[in-house]
Design a protein around this ligand. Structure first.
Ligand SMILES: O=C(CO)[C@@H](O)[C@H](O)COP(=O)(O)O
Length: 235
């Protein structure tokens, strides 16, 4: 059971620290954005508390929930007795249901991020996918960044939209219409990277559009870029 406690402590530290990347890359204002991470091997996740400033976040304030978004304080482990990892007296992020739905339906996902980063959200407000016109997009997204349906916050609607949109796409990012980007990754860190890259390409393609029509990249070349970056780059 100490391994579960160690795992929770590690994911709490990682998820807490990764929120600093959201502010470092200016992807969020006030408290409007969140990172979560799955606890490997357990139906549990860790997510930021709702409405707490990024500079006040500590690992202990990160909320542990089940994969339906209900906060969980501890677990009866049978012979090893009850394990209590504690939980803050704070609500998990208002986007918890969306994150939890993704973990339930995409077992390969270890991290989820949501921001309202400016350029990506501007594309989401128009309900327009970001076309794959940059090699960097071929590398990271393997095609366009798709748009997901309009969905209200609070139940499974956003999660369903994310999963339906991403399950047949190479992209780890979806622009939820009129809302903003949600990104996924094998780890919370990879999901944060996708959020950073999503904003960068949203900005560049937007600027390119002001100057004229961006040139398309043909599909075979996009696939080649994606394959190299996913399998060779950085190894
Ligand atoms: O999109 C929204 C609200 O529209 C959310 O992303 C919240 O802004 C997140 O705040 P926390 O509950 O995570 O603090």
């Amino acid at each position: 059971m100490s391994s579960l406690l160690e795992s929770i402590a590690k994911v709490r530290r990682d998820v807490c620290d990764l929120h600093a990347e959201l502010t470092r890359y200016e992807l969020v204002v006030w408290t409007a954005g969140n990172v979560s991470g799955r606890i490997p091997g357990h139906d549990l996740m860790v997510i930021k508390p709702s409405g707490v400033s990024y500079d006040q976040l500590t690992p202990e304030l990160m909320v542990v929930t089940d994969l339906y978004g209900t906060p969980v304080r501890g677990m009866n482990t049978g012979s090893a007795g009850t394990v209590d990892w504690g939980n803050p007296e704070l609500s998990p992020s208002s986007d918890t249901a969306a994150h939890a739905y993704v973990y339930r339906h995409m077992p390969e996902v270890g991290g989820v991020v949501h921001t309202h980063s400016t350029y990506a959200t501007a594309w989401a407000a128009r309900g327009e996918e970001i076309p794959c016109v940059l090699t960097m997009m071929g590398d990271e997204f393997g095609g366009p960044i798709p748009v997901g349906p309009f969905a209200l916050i609070g139940d499974d609607s956003i999660g369903q939209g994310i999963v339906e949109t991403l399950k047949n796409s190479n992209s780890p990012a979806v622009l939820m219409q009129n809302h903003g980007p949600f990104t996924i990754g094998k780890s919370a860190r990879e999901a944060v990277k996708a959020a950073v890259m999503c904003e960068e390409v949203a900005r560049t393609v937007h600027i390119s559009r002001q100057l004229g029509e961006p040139l398309p990249i043909d599909q075979a070349k996009i696939e080649s870029l994606y394959k190299r970056y996913q399998n060779v780059y950085g190894r």
